[in-house]
Every structure is written in C-alpha cells, then in structure tokens.
Design a protein around this ligand. Sequence first.
Ligand SMILES: [Zn+2]
Length: 528
Amino acid sequence: MVGAPAVILPRRTAQHDLVIRGGSVIDGTGAPAVEMDVAVSGGRIAAVARRVADKGTIEIDARGVAVAPGFIDIHSHGDGSLFSDPREESTIRQGVTTIVVGQDGSSRFPSRRGDDEGGYGSYTALAAAIDRLPSSVNVASSIGLGTIRGIVVGADDRPATPDEMQRMLAMVRDAIAAGACGASSGLEYTPGAFASRAELAALCAPLAAARLPYSTHMRNEDDRLLDAIDESIDVARQARCPLQISHLKTQGPRNWGKLDEVFRRIDEARKGGMDIMFDRYPYIAYQTGLTNLFPVWSRDGGTAAFFRRLDDSSTSDRVRRETLAKIELIGGWDNVLISGVGRGGDTTAEGKRLGAFAQAKGAEPYDAAVALLRSSNGNVGMVGFAMSEDNLERILAHPLGMVCSDGGAFATDGPSRRGSPHPRGLGTFPRVLGRYVRERKALTLEQAVRKMSALPASRIRLGDRGRIAPKLAADIVVFDPATVTDKATFEDPFQYPVGVNAVIVNGAIAFRDGERTKTATGKALRPT
Ligand SMILES: [Zn+2]
C-alpha cells in the first residue's frame, strides 16, 4: 500500500500526501458513520468524499474499519515525561493526537527562575520548547493556579495579599494572551488548596473574554462532594467563565448515591446560563500521592512540616485518626495499591496492596504507610479503589461528559517504563471504545468519538481540530471497532492497546500496523 509512483504523473493530476480509502468515517460531531475516502495534503484534510479520484503518495486501505479525528485528551499528565521522552509512546498508541496538560493546578510555566529544566518562564517559552523537542503529539496547556500560588505566595496556608493577587492575576492574563488554553486548580493539593473561592474567582476572570475553561480538581470528591460542586460553580459564576469539572467521580461507597444530585446542580446552573462540562477516565480506581490520604492541614508548609507533625505528640494522634477515617471511607487498606516509591524508599512495595504489604512485614498498615513516606521523602504513588461502575458509565455517557486519561505517558521500553503506573496512561481511549461502547453498550461509537474529539476541541477552542472535515488539521486515527481494546492492568500496566491501526498527526503517520514511524509530528497548540 505504500508505493512511489511508477511513472511521472501528468501535471494536471493532483497528488495527495495521503489517502485513507473506504473507511467508516466517524466525523466527531456525533453524526452516524459514513463510508468515505479521506485525503490529506500539507498537513490538512484536503477532501472527504465517497471517492477521492486522485492518488495519495501513501494510501491506507481502511475498508471495514473506522476513521475518526485524532483523540484529544482533555486532562492529561503527559507533560511529566514530555521532555525526557517526547515519543509519548503510550499516548500515540491509543490514537491520541493532542494532550491538554497543565492540570490539577500544576503547569510547567511560569517558573520562579525563568526557563530551566523544571519549568519555563511563560507559555511562549514552553510552546517554543515543545516545538523544538519535537513532540510526537500536539500539546495545549492550561496555567496552573497552584503553580503560580507557589511562586507568589509560597507553601503557606494564608490569604494572598492585594499585591500578590495582582501579580498572580498578571500571570494568568499573560498566559491567556500567549495561548494557554485555560486555568486549572488542584484543591486537594498544596499549595493550591490554600486558595479561597474569592481568590480563585478573581484569578479566573481573564478566562471569561477568551471563553476558556476553569478546570478544577475539586476540593473534595467524597463526603463533601456536593459542597465542592457548589464551590466550583460559584467560582465560575463569579468569574463568568466556562467550568470544566476534572475527573468527576463519587468517591467512596457511601457517596455513590450523590450522582443524581450532582447532575441536578449542574443542570440547574446551566439553565441559569452557565457553561459547565466535565470529564472522566474509564476506571473505578484513582491514582494520587500517598500523602493525599493524610489531612490537608497536616501537609501545610511542605514535606518537612508534614513529617514534624507526624513526630509531634500534640498533632500525631489527630493525623492518624483523620487518615484512618479516610481509609474507612475508601473501604480499607487493601483498597490502596502502592504504584510507585521514590528514591530511598522500599520499592518492593510497588504493585502491592498496602494492607497485604504491611501484614507481610508484621506492621500496622498506617505505620507501614508512614515508613514508606519517610524513607522516600514523601514520594509514594498510590491507586485507590473506591468508585462505582454504574456511576462511571453514567458520567461517561452523559451528554456533557468527555473522556480523559488523567494519566501520564509511558512506554514498554526506555526511560518511560517506570514505576507501577495506573493503567489509564496506556489504555483509556481504547478501553472506552472496547469495554464501554462494544461490550457494555453504555454509549454509541459515534457518541464516544465525539467525547474524544469535537467536544474537547470546542472546549479549549481548537477551531481547526477535532473533526474529520476539509481544511482541518489532519489529526486522524484509524481503528477497528470490532477489536479495539486496552491491555494495561493494575498488575501489569506496561501493555499497549490493540485494534488501533494508524495514527496521523498533522498529516504525518506517527504509528501504523503496530510500528512507530515518524516521531516528530506534534506541536504546541493555542486556542484559535
Ligand atoms: Zn486531578
């Protein structure tokens, strides 16, 4: 199918770079699939027609399989490894062509010291660095409100002064002007958690005119879920900006019944004219730092202060009590899987349930958790199993719901084979198509593709992506709806999905028939 022309073609014969023949084209809008040819030239979709007469330099036979817009991951942590391994292997192999990073209040810009290894002075600098890499996927980024609080206010739990507010506001304004695609908060993380509603609303004001979203990892996702929903809506209402609730969930069995009320409050706010949507990953377990089992107040001031409170007899009992209450909420220590242990810590814990790990050591689980944190300077990753499968399907299928991975990028080889990650970084998009569309029929194929393409593209105003239509950027995935599925599991995460045939980024083939081809296909994106 790949072939150079055997003869010199007459000049009148237009030649496309690529023609994808006879696939079932799912255009991303939710419209029913139609059998079409798709031609690509100069990085853009040149034609979508029943029959494209002109030949392509490369031709892909897509008869019997689906052709869809490249998937857009609206909440990705792929920026964590982008600079150490720009292949973004596990991302591309899922059919994802754009990642939206800078999530949970944390972005790679701005940084305290200008451009250095850890961060960039501005979105302009970050985008230039991404374009130099070059990355295999397109990257759009929010500005992290926790990041700027850390720079301007520091790690402490106190309100920002008027002068600090002005400095943070200028950072948000500059980021939006430079092409950042929104602002994010992570209100269960420090120092982002120390921001008040009023502070968040003031900092989100520059999003209103640009119609870009405030994306929030809410202050709570379990017992105080409804309060957190109200807070998120209040912030966006005051700022008059769109609201994106990140990885919406009802954590802990005793909170599973709250989903109807969550939807009701969102509907009510939308009826009042607000623009609210949400995203979700297709797993009933979440991944975070083990320190997040511990109360926020105990982490105020950073890791050293946290360890001091564990040592201090006036605070240690309260930390223990509140942590055990959280463990009860998620259903016990065996619902906590250790996914990664930082330098100095006991890496034999990786991949094990905390309850079982502690028992094997003859230790109390709480003490084992604290010991892991102490030896690794607080760097322990965990997966918690506490969500409802029914609610997951309802959130995914809801017309306002999008698909996100909330995961990082990994690879089965090289520097990105690290730790014991949540499988969502390797399986999310094929899992939705395989498990939730084909097997469980929670949503249709066309609906699922829309939630992975046109909907997230419109959310961050990528006007020339997210659909299969002439003139749009040629980000395309070819997959087999009959076989596509994830393979990565919690026990054995380093497995790529199957059923993804080809992935095209900006008109170049990044992946085809199980092989990576070009790696330098992506670029930094800005809202149009
Ligand atoms: Zn999050």
